[in-house]
Design a protein around this ligand. Structure first.
Ligand code: AMP
Ligand code: GLY
Length: 426
């Protein structure tokens, strides 16, 4: 069977790498892919990014299954387009993807269905938003309503930061948000305290299978300092998700969401990612929904997955996920992201990359912002690589990941030295 993965990040490299190991897989296309997927002899990059052209390609090449990585394609309706043309694709429809593409939709949905999340209000009026912040005080969280490539959230510790963020979103659009219905809207919500974890499941519209748990590191600098990024490293499993927290997340967040979406007439199919904030009492709250796999969470999760991903996704697109039980490597997987100079605000591109280690059973370099130019590997985006390793403990996985990256060179490379520190401390 031929498979198509849409996207060009580390997440898509990991998905394609895993799919290529499938027993019945003859060909994996990645559209458009990156320098890493270009170098892997089992993967083929195709230079198509337009949704209709992707569907044409899938028909011409008799692609059996398409998997979507990035949220932008989902919000653009790639799943609706493929399905309308009789193609098998795993992901949510445009309507269901609103759980991620509209924070206002997601918050209203959670309120309606009693799903634990931070208290909030939605504003499009600037003066009203400023007045609300003054009345609530800080810390407070300011979120743009539309998609903003992970940059649409400001956790304001001072009133000045909160007011500035409102102006950025409602007046100048400095965060580059894609506004829904052309209207700038801001969600202002209560600051939640606790430890975050990524809780990702597969849904076929009705049945749910949870993936191994993971934890991301959103801030640029060690000790969770510096600006928010798309994610600077991740590991799996996340010990903060105890069996008790897991059960609560399933019963109070995931199942009510899947059932609520079905009841609202927009059944959810695809990866559903609940960003959890787990408080000191072990109660998970929903920080956000993503309607796709996480990046970089996918990289460690795929290294631990033992089941054949193609077979799992065929069940997911047939509505028979109740027949699936996933098998996991019991080792810990940990991935360290190496980012370009200037990331996240203005990443530098075009620097030569050298010193990549050979991939092995227990360590892999997944590529994200890389491109092959005349046979030379170069940086081409903010997050460049995710060096991922397996180990018997967090410490061992961490040690191997950091050992694997010592010789990797590119101008101005940035990476955190402390990926996995919360699990090491436990
Ligand atoms: P989001 O894009 O909604 O995931 O937000 C990005 C990051 O901002 C999250 O991973 C959290 O670290 C932080 N954040 C978002 N909402 C809240 C909240 N209500 N309380 C505390 N931190 C938050
Ligand atoms: N790593 C966070 C995300 O994928 O949204």
């Amino acid at each position: 069977m031929k498979v198509l993965v849409i996207g060009n990040g580390g997440r898509e490299h990991a998905l394609a790498w895993k799919l290529a190991q499938g027993e019945r897989v003859s060909q994996v296309y990645v559209a458009p892919g990156n320098g890493g997927t270009a170098r892997d002899s089992r993967l083929t990059n195709i230079a198509i990014t337009d949704v209709k052209a992707l569907a044409d390609f899938a028909i011409e090449q008799k692609v059996s299954l398409t998997v979507v990585g990035p949220e932008a394609y989902l919000a653009a309706g790639v799943v609706d387009e493929f399905r309308a043309r009789g193609l098998r694709i795993f992901g949510p429809t445009k309507a269901a993807a609103q759980l991620e593409s509209s924070k206002a939709f997601a918050k209203d949905f959670m309120k309606r269905h009693n799903i634990p999340t931070a208290a909030y209000e939605v504003f499009s009026d600037v003066a009203a938003a400023h007045a609300y912040v003054d009345a609530q005080g800080v810390p407070i969280v300011i979120k743009a309503d539309g998609l903003a490539a992970g940059k649409g959230v400001v956790v304001a510790m001072t009133l000045a930061e909160a007011h500035e963020a409102i102006d950025w979103i409602l007046e100048d659009n400095k965060l580059g948000v894609v506004h829904n219905e052309g209207v700038a809207r801001v969600v202002i919500e209560q600051f939640l305290q606790g430890e975050e974890a990524s809780f990702i499941v597969l849904c076929d519209g009705k049945n749910v299978v949870s993936l191994a748990t993971s934890q991301d590191h959103k801030r640029l600098k060690d000790g969770d300092e510096g600006p928010n990024t798309g994610g600077m490293g991740a590991y799996s499993p996340a010990p903060v998700v105890t069996p008790n927290v897991h059960a609560k997340a399933m019963h109070e967040i995931i199942m009510p969401t899947i059932q609520g979406m079905a009841r609202d007439g927009i059944p959810f199919t695809g990866f559903l990612y609940a960003g959890l904030m787990i408080d000191a009492q072990g109660q998970p709250h929903t920080v956000e929904f993503n309607t796709r796999m996480g990046d970089p969470e996918t990289q460690p999760i795929m290294m631990r997955l033992k089941s054949d991903l193609l077979e799992v996704l065929l069940h997911a697109t047939d509505g028979t996920l109740d027949q699936v039980e996933l098998q996991w490597d019991r080792r810990v997987a940990l991935g360290v992201v190496m980012a370009a100079s200037g990331y996240p605000l203005s990443p530098r591109k075009g620097d030569a990359i050298s010193g990549l280690p050979a991939d092995a059973e227990d360590h892999m370099v997944f590529h994200a912002g890389t491109a092959e130019v005349d046979g030379q590997l170069q940086t081409s985006g903010g997050r460049v690589l995710c060096v991922t390793a397996l180990g018997e403990s967090v410490r061992k996985a961490q040690a191997l990941a950091y050992e694997s990256l010592v010789n990797i060179q590119f101008e101005g490379k940035q990476y955190r030295q402390d990926i996995g520190y919360r699990a090491v401390k436990r």
